[in-house]
Design a protein around this ligand. Structure first.
Ligand code: NAD
Length: 297
């Protein structure tokens, strides 16, 4: 068997087009332009790249992008004051604070200071609670993107066995919650799991969010499984340079799985597309308008 390779770039493009069409409808029929504020503290080069890309795609979708680049020496109090100001700014529908934050700033305090309805990363404790109790939440972007790809493949996910590898608050846990909502039978594996290979041998769906290069071998998979590889790892290549790989050994998995996301070009592009989708959803909700169903859950 050769797995279908799920094209995350194409998928993300479709989402961005849908976002753009909802944005132009909001502007034309209601005079409302959705706005996303992104705050970067410090000069981490990788974070700067992400933030630039987010800003560019926000503008391309027709939305307002408000960017705040604060110095490394910004205090927690100053950051919280800016968040407070953005919470009450009606032109801002989504607020994202780029993580990681410099030492000395408490990430939970910052995340939980964002108004939950503007928390387009879905990391606020209220959104985590609402997701886990089946209420309407802002859903973390990466798991939302994974779910969209799984829904497109299966339609109805109910009754499928899903194994999520990783239990982080930003990927593993919300992913497991989303799959539970879809009526999958969900197992969460983590660093203390002793029988991962056995669990995977019966998994229709595998979501790998571990952060260990090529960790999951194709031999471990159930034939025909759908594999969503969230991992982004940089390893050395044969020429002495580096290349990006996922948590799954793509080459061996491709001959056993039914479908698989590549790295790069799989889950990665979906994350920013879902950030834009969440911003539009937040805007519809802020104005008590019926939200586009295909952009949220
Ligand atoms: P994390 O370090 O917070 O969590 C890793 C998880 O893996 C932990 O829960 C840990 O228990 C589990 N784990 C570690 N060793 C294991 C083992 N031997 N067996 C089973 N589980 C094990 O990482 P994270 O933030 O959830 O990110 C995971 C990966 O996904 C990273 O490579 C990260 O770069 C990537 N990521 C990608 C995107 C994207 O947009 N594509 C977004 C977020 C994270």
């Amino acid at each position: 068997m050769t797995a279908d390779v799920i094209d995350g770039k194409q998928f993300a493009l479709q989402i961005r087009e849908r976002v753009a069409s909802h944005v132009s409808e909001l502007i034309d029929s209601k005079g409302i332009t959705p706005g996303l504020a992104v705050i970067l503290v410090g000069d981490d080069p990788a974070s700067e790249v992400y933030v630039r890309s987010k800003g560019k795609q926000t503008v391309e979708a027709g939305m307002n992008s408000f960017e705040y680049h604060l110095s490394e020496t910004t205090t927690q109090g100053e950051l919280l004051a800016l968040i407070g100001q953005l919470n009450s700014d009606t032109a801002v529908h989504g607020i994202l604070v780029q993580l990681p934050l410099p030492k000395g700033i408490d990430e939970s305090a910052v995340t939980n200071a964002i108004a939950p309805e503007k928390d387009v990363d879905g990391f606020h404790i209220s959104n985590a609670g609402m997701l886990s109790t089946g209420q309407k939440a802002m859903v973390p972007c990466t798991p939302l993107g994974c779910l969209m790809m799984l829904r497109a493949r299966y339609g109805d996910l109910s009754g499928l066995n899903a194994v999520v590898i990783g239990r982080s608050n930003i990927v593993g846990k919300p992913m497991a919650q989303l799959l539970l909502r879809e009526s999958c039978t969900v197992t969460v594996a983590h660093s203390h799991t002793t029988n991962l290979q056995q669990l995977l041998s019966d998994a229709d769906i595998v979501v790998a969010a571990v952060g260990r290069p090529l960790f999951v071998s194709g031999d471990w998979l159930k034939p025909g499984a759908t594999v969503i590889d969230v991992g982004i790892n940089r390893i050395e290549n044969a020429e002495g340079g580096t290349r990006l790989v996922g948590d799954v050994d793509f080459d061996s998995a491709k001959s056993k799985a039914g479908a698989i996301t590549p790295v790069p070009g799989g889950v990665g592009p979906m994350t920013i597309a879902c950030l834009l989708a969440n911003t539009v959803t937040a805007c519809y909700r802020a104005h008590s308008l019926p939200e586009p169903l295909e952009l949220s859950i």
